[in-house]
Write a protein of this length. Structure first.
Length: 733
């Protein structure tokens, strides 16, 4: 990405020209208005439509300015791990790693332990690593998998060290490295042995998971299973804390006699009468429990579906924290979230390509990317609510782990820590507000990151140029993708309303960063302008109301330039970031779908909350992905298949534009008015409508042509046909 710096001046020039174009559009909108020769009613309608369009364009311009601010001066970072090693190898700080899982059916235990094994095997002194798993599902199946993982680690860690294995998630390693290294028979033997070990472990875990319960034999293997005798359900149980590998003990060694990282299993107490605050609650329990066990000054947080693809990420992150000049002001180092199960053209635009290759680099240059929930290294201090303060420059070498008391046995420690993860511990405390992750927001990560920045800390975005740090699993159905976006947009707008960066960040974060934040925080209200633009011009077309300049009029130039200029820019940017043309087209479609549905529902939920209704009736659908669905996903066929209000909105808009487009084509060719006249008058409106119809082609297929289970359900089809017809008829008469 070094060459990216070279094109920045070009981008600025282009942005300036678009800005001029947008200003000309406003001049046109203000200096002209809709006039009708027919009647007054028509004229009034047209005038209102005109004003609405003007407001939408105003909004688009403001929103576009945020995106320009983000792109203005991106920064790209590199690390020098050799220097780190030379200077600090003997005194590297301890690192605690938190892995969060919530449900053994959605997040299978094999996936969880692959993530755990990949982070245990970091290229870092193992006695300085502690890995904590928070199991919010409270499942003994996950506990059993962790027990197996703690045994497998004894073989796996030396193997990784010896052969410099990458990636260090066994599943990913054996999947990507199909080829047996034949040249060297020693390696081949060990390779086969460890692969067999892994596979037999996987079979044991999967068969237990399928059974849904732990057999008597296995229960005898570890005292921890007895804890489940008192568990009455996933929402009602006491704290279960088991130190599976106690790295403080000399006997915790692998098969080469090297120390092992500490491995802890935690499921915090849950009671029906206490709100558990989802992932934020789990993270806060982990922060407290780990502070008693290992209390490392650096905390890495990953989701259980996001394994480490680069064994040097810890060192990468420490290069920033240990930097002499700037290191002391950094609260967190965020890595990009990359997904490794996406198809070539990424039909649901899950890759966050522009977010990770463009936006976050821009945030970085203004003093800090957002915290996006996973693949992020934190300074424990800042996470625990400390304000940044120059005087408290921490000397990493002198932080010796005071609380690490080697006298206590693991069992004693477990008993002491249990209370830290109980429901009542947080009562009348600052946890969830000033300390730890914040509660009460659908995007606890973003609001927590912003709060840290408002307390004076900086953050870093590090996108490793050579090898991605973390690889996760992105949404694989349309509904999953849209529901995820709904949650994000709802939470982001909630932050804008309740924790506004301009107010809370006044004087502590730069204006550039405040404006950059708006790019995400204002997703939800963006739906209004988008919905207007994809429906009103088409409906007006039916009625013969022309809302854009005639094609022969010079005023048409700024409209065409801004519209197609932006499209061309986004295509070039996409290709530059490594995407394909088809992927870009898919991303445009998904942007349309997200704004008109997810953001709309996210917006409505916020409005309802403001009015005092705490929760909308909108329910999450389960993430069940059967084989059929995966197959369609791999063929990049859009998945509908369920009835959802989101789909009704999508289909109605798509049908509306298709209907109008056909009616117009018919008018153009069948009626006696000369084509050129009508084209001149409605050219832009027809083009807009046609483009919308074009981008919706896969949706029409799902409505009318497809026969598989992933097609649009008939009830949604009928409903949307009725809605679209009603809208058209209302517009016409
Ligand atoms: C993940 O790591 C492997 C092995 O080092 C590497 O070949 C691959 O390119 C990485 N994946 C990504 C997406 O960077
Ligand atoms: C293309 C691809 O790798 N898809 C996989 C993504 O991840 C899900 C869940 O792990 C799998 O079911 C898909 O096969």
């Amino acid at each position: 990405m070094k060459s990216a710096m070279g094109i920045i001046p070009l981008f600025r020039l282009f942005a300036a020209s678009i800005f001029v174009g947008r200003c000309l559009i406003f001049v046109y909108r203000v200096s002209h208005t809709y006039t009708s020769t027919e009647n007054e009613e028509e004229e009034a309608l047209g005038k209102w439509a005109w004003i609405g369009l003007f407001l939408s364009e105003l909004w688009f311009t403001v929103y576009w300015l945020f995106s320009v601010v983000v792109r203005w001066k991106p920064s790209y970072r590199r690390t020098f791990k050799d220097s780190l090693s030379l200077r600090y190898e003997q005194v590297l700080p301890d690192v605690d790693i938190f892995v969060c899982t919530a449900d053994p059916t959605v997040e299978p235990p094999t996936m969880v332990i692959n993530t755990v094994l990949s982070v245990m095997a970091y290229d870092y002194p193992p006695q300085k690593l502690s890995v904590y798993l928070s199991d919010d599902g409270g499942s003994d199946l996950t506990f059993y998998a962790m027990l197996e993982a703690s045994r497998f680690a004894i073989e796996w860690l030396p193997f990784c060290r010896k052969f410099k294995v990458e990636p260090r998630s066994p599943e990913a390693f054996f999947r990507t490295a199909h080829q047996l290294p034949l040249e060297n028979t020693d390696i081949a033997v060990e390779w086969t042995t460890i692969k067999k070990l892994y596979e037999s472990m996987k079979v044991r875990i999967e068969s237990t998971t399928r059974l849904g319960q732990i057999s008597e034999e296995i229960r005898k293997e570890h005292k921890g299973f007895r804890e489940w005798d008192f568990v009455s359900g996933p929402r009602d149980h006491h704290t279960i804390l088991q130190i599976l590998i106690d790295g403080r003990r000399a006997k915790a060694v692998d098969n080469e006699g090297q120390p092992l990282p500490t491995l802890v299993y935690l499921t915090r107490e849950k009671r029906p009468q206490y709100h558990h605050n989802f992932k934020a609650g789990a993270m806060n329990a982990l922060i407290r429990v780990s502070s008693r066990i290992s209390n490392a000054p650096v905390i890495l947080n990953v989701d259980c579906d996001m394994y480490s693809n680069n064994s040097e990420s810890v060192r990468d992150a420490l290069c920033f924290f240990l930097d002499e000049k700037k290191g002391h002001e950094i609260a967190y180092v965020q890595f990009p979230q990359v997904f490794d199960n996406l198809t070539k053209n990424d039909v649901y635009s899950s890759s966050l390509r522009i977010v990770s290759k463009v936006d976050l680099h821009g945030f970085d240059s203004y003093g800090g990317p957002l915290y996006i929930g996973s693949a992020c290294f934190h300074r424990r201090e800042s996470l625990c609510g400390t304000k940044y303060n120059k005087a408290c420059q921490q000397d990493w070498m002198t932080i010796k782990v005071e609380t690490k008391n080697n006298e206590e046995s693991a069992h004693e420690l477990e008993e002491i820590c249990k209370v830290l993860a109980s429901c009542t511990y947080e009562e009348n405390s600052h946890w969830g507000n000033e300390m730890g992750l914040k509660y009460g927001c659908a995007v606890e990560d973003v609001i927590t990151g912003l709060a840290m920045q408002c307390r004076g800390w900086k953050s870093i975005y590090f996108d490793p140029p050579d090898r991605t740090g973390f690889l996760g699993v992105g949404p694989t159905t349309l509904l999953q993708a849209l529901v995820q976006q709904k949650r994000w947009s709802e939470g982001d707008f909630h932050i804008f309303l309740r924790h506004n960066p301009f107010l809370y960040g006044y004087n502590t974060i730069s204006l550039g960063l405040q404006l950059s934040y708006c790019l995400y925080l204002l997703w939800a209200p963006h739906c209004l302008a988008s919905l207007y633009y994809v429906s009103v011009p088409s409906l007006c077309l039916l009625r013969g109301i022309s809302l854009f300049p005639q094609v022969s009029n010079p005023w048409v130039i700024p409209f065409v330039y801004v519209f197609f200029g932006n499209l061309a820019f986004s295509l070039v940017e996409f290709l530059y970031c490594g995407g394909t043309c088809l992927e870009w087209l898919n991303s445009q479609r998904m942007w349309l779908y997200k704004t008109t549905t997810s953001y709309l529902f996210g917006f409505c939920d916020n409005i309802l909350r403001l009015l005092g209704y705490s929760k909308s009736s909108f329910v999450l659908t389960a993430k069940v992905v059967d084989e059929d669905v995966s197959k369609r996903y791999e063929q990049e066929v859009m998945e509908f298949g369920t009835t959802s209000p989101l789909f009704t909105v999508l289909a109605t808009l798509a049908l509306l534009n298709a209907l109008v487009f056909f009616v117009e084509l018919k008018r153009l060719f069948v009626e006696d008015e000369p084509i050129s006249l009508a084209l001149n008058r409605y050219g832009l409106q027809i083009t807009l409508c046609g483009l919308l119809a074009f981008i919706n082609l896969p949706l029409y297929q799902a409505l009318f042509l497809r026969k598989d289970m992933g097609k649009m359900p008939t009830s949604v089809t009928y409903r949307s046909i009725v809605f679209a017809l009603v809208a058209c008829l209302t517009a016409m008469y």
